[in-house]
Design a protein around this ligand. Structure first.
Ligand code: AMP
Length: 621
């Protein structure tokens, strides 16, 4: 028997519904609190069965045959299978599987490589590899699994928030450009993929204020304007306001602050200003929403916007809103103070923990404060494992979902139906507790990421490389970069990267030549060069999404970094082991450097970005 035939024969390994577990591994069933109870109660058994299904389904692929031989996963008990799997399949990172991704994007049949079900598209992750976004394989079934997790949010929210079904959601969602691989597969972000599913589109247009054309509009500012116009036109019906990540929502409020007059004029006139919304299909769709002149609504909105402080503006503009729906955990925690200022007491609700690799979990206590949010991993999403980490970094133990310990820190590792086997996601999580047998995790941070404003994720290495490349630019000033560190400044919207630089010898305060300030010119060029050296996601945020502002270098006086060291030592660092932190977060550390700033310089050029070109296996682009 050929191995792919054999694989088919065993694709549904004793789908025994006697113990109910076979049923629970499927992403099916009317979403209900009872189903969540069932899933979390049987977390261990579901995980073991899921692993067996994954191995049996994909036993004939190159990847698994190479590691497991012709073991099709259908025989032996679940525990024995899990033990063999862990013994023979290594924990990997993207670089280890990239050759497979490249072969599929180059046209080789995915069913022979990593996943027996055909890969139908790639999801573009915001994590990068060699400066380019990572591509995660996805299948039809994967989309169903994601939709299933999403469907579980409704019963949870209904339990805590009354009248959810009575109005609309104003969700600011931005569909991103898609790329096509040499083999003709689409590569797009997980949200864009999800949005393309018919059911999701229908749900959004029935229960959301934004017209589909507005979300698809390729110009981000035009899309924002159009979506806000729709949201304001539906003001009386909006029961929740949201975006995927909190940064987009903050940006929307900021946008509103500068554009509310024009938006009110459009509501008064009953149509979108064609000089602002230039995309014809977007304008037609928005005109259909605004529909008729409404001077009363325009005056009411203008009165709120003109009322001085913008404290509580979200609640004032959408008085029926019951909560704000956006991820405010992880790097988004930096948005919480501003969002609370605008929210006027509306709870900030982070509902979901998900990624391009797989969707992971949901928040079962949506009204918890952002700092208390923990996500319950849903055991039929993928096979979860956890690398234990302690203060010194990584420890060599990998444990199962149900075996993590409360309070412990772990890095998430997943095995999916779509061809990821023991794949390190890169997220560090802390166990906050359990819901039945399923652990609940607090998102701690992303491994190796030191700077992040929006979906950008900059590591210490990325930063070092980008900064090092700019050093020759300092030559005309006759100085070198002695020390640097950075932080993400999100006190303004959009946030931006701030680099503190100590230059030796310090550049002359002013150095006029032909009326030009050489120092300012050189430093602005350094800012731009650092940006140009950062990865594709950073450059996309800066140039296309404009969700990250121009990078700033703050030159500090000589001795500033000694003062930083003194501070760290006073907080307990050992002088012997002290290394300049390449990223600082503590307000005291920022203040020490801030007090010694002698010049502030901003990037004067938007870094180049172009949509992802997917490389074929041949290396062609
Ligand atoms: P992407 O694959 O580009 O969609 O990004 C997924 C990553 O976003 C995850 O691996 C996390 O690092 C981050 N992320 C997703 N959901 C959350 C959440 N609820 N809280 C914090 N970070 C999140």
């Amino acid at each position: 028997m050929r191995s792919d035939q054999k694989m088919k024969a065993s694709a549904t390994p004793d789908d025994d519904t006697n113990d109910g577990v076979g049923r629970l591994t499927k992403p099916a069933g009317p979403p209900s609190l009872e189903l969540i109870e069932d899933l979390t109660t049987h977390a261990g058994a579901i995980q073991r069965r899921l692993l067996r299904e994954i191995v049996a389904t994909n036993a004939g692929t190159d990847y698994l045959r190479r590691l497991l031989g012709d073991n099709d996963g259908a025989h032996g008990d679940d525990d024995a299978l899990a033990a063999a799997f862990k013994e023979r399949v290594p924990v990997v990172e993207y670089e280890d599987i990239k050759q497979y991704v490249d072969r599929i994007t180059g046209g080789e049949p995915s069913s022979l490589l990593v996943s027996s079900a055909p890969i139908t598209e790639f999801l573009i992750s915001s994590g990068t590899s060699s400066g380019q976004p990572k591509l995660m394989p996805s299948t039809e079934d994967d989309l169903r699994r994601r939709a299933f997790l999403f469907s579980l949010l409704s019963p949870v929210l209904n339990k805590y928030v009354e009248g959810m079904g009575e109005g609309k959601g104003m969700y600011l969602l931005f569909v991103k450009p898609e790329a096509t691989t040499a083999s003709g597969l689409t590569a797009r972000t997980a949200l864009t993929s999800f949005f393309n599913a018919r059911l999701v589109r229908e749900a959004l247009s029935a229960r959301g204020t934004s017209s589909e054309a507005a979300m698809r509009c390729t110009d981000v500012e035009e899309s924002m304007y159009a979506q806000l116009l729709c949201g304001l036109a539906h003001r009386g019906e909006v029961v929740r306001v949201g975006s995927v990540f909190a940064t987009a929502l903050l940006r929307a409020v900021r946008f509103l602050e500068t554009h509310w007059r024009a938006l009110c004029d459009d509501i008064r006139a009953g149509r979108a200003d064609p000089s602002v919304v230039t995309d014809a299909s977007c304008r037609d769709a928005v005109d259909a929403v605004v529909a008729r002149p409404d001077p009363g609504l325009a005056d009411a909105i203008a009165a709120e916007c003109a009322a001085g402080s913008w404290r509580g503006i979200v609640r004032r503009l959408w008085p029926r809103a019951k909560y704000i729906d956006a991820i405010v955990t992880g790097s988004m925690a930096q948005c919480v103070p501003m969002l609370e200022f605008y929210a006027g007491g509306l709870p900030l609700v982070s509902t979901i923990y998900a990624s391009s690799e797989s969707y992971f979990g949901i928040n079962l206590r949506p009204l918890d404060r952002p700092e208390d949010v923990a996500y319950t991993l849903i055991p039929n999403m993928c096979y979860f494992e956890f690398i234990k980490v302690d203060n010194d970094g990584e420890v060599d133990t990998v444990v199962d979902l149900v075996d993590v310990e409360v309070g412990g820190y772990y890095e998430l590792v997943v095995t999916t139906f779509t061809g990821l086997y023991r794949y390190r996601v890169g997220d560090i999580l802390q166990v906050a507790g359990f819901h039945n047998a399923a652990p609940q995790f607090r998102f701690v941070h992303r491994r190796n990421v030191v700077l992040s404003v929006d979906t950008d994720k900059t590591s210490e290495d990325d930063l070092l490389r980008a900064v090092t490349a700019t050093k020759p630019l300092l030559a005309p000033l006759g100085c070198v970069l002695a020390e640097y560190t950075a932080y993400a400044d999100t006190s303004s919207i959009p946030g931006h990267y701030v680099l503190f630089w100590e230059l030796t010898p310090p550049p002359p305060p002013r150095h006029d030549s032909g009326g030009e300030d050489d120092v300012a010119r050189v430093m602005a060029a350094c800012c731009a060069a650092v940006e140009a050296g950062l990865d594709a996601v950073y450059r996309r945020c800066r140039s296309r999404d404009r969700s990250v502002g121009p990078l700033e270098i703050r030159a500090v006086a000589p001795g500033a970094f000694d003062a930083l060291m003194d501070l760290c030592v006073s907080h307990g660092s050992s002088v012997n082991q002290y290394k300049t932190p390449r990223c600082i977060k503590h307000p005291d550390a920022i203040a020490v450097l801030e007090q010694r700033v002698v010049g502030r310089f901003f990037s004067d050029a938007v870094p180049h970005w172009e949509p992802l070109k997917v490389a074929a296996a041949t290396g062609d682009t």
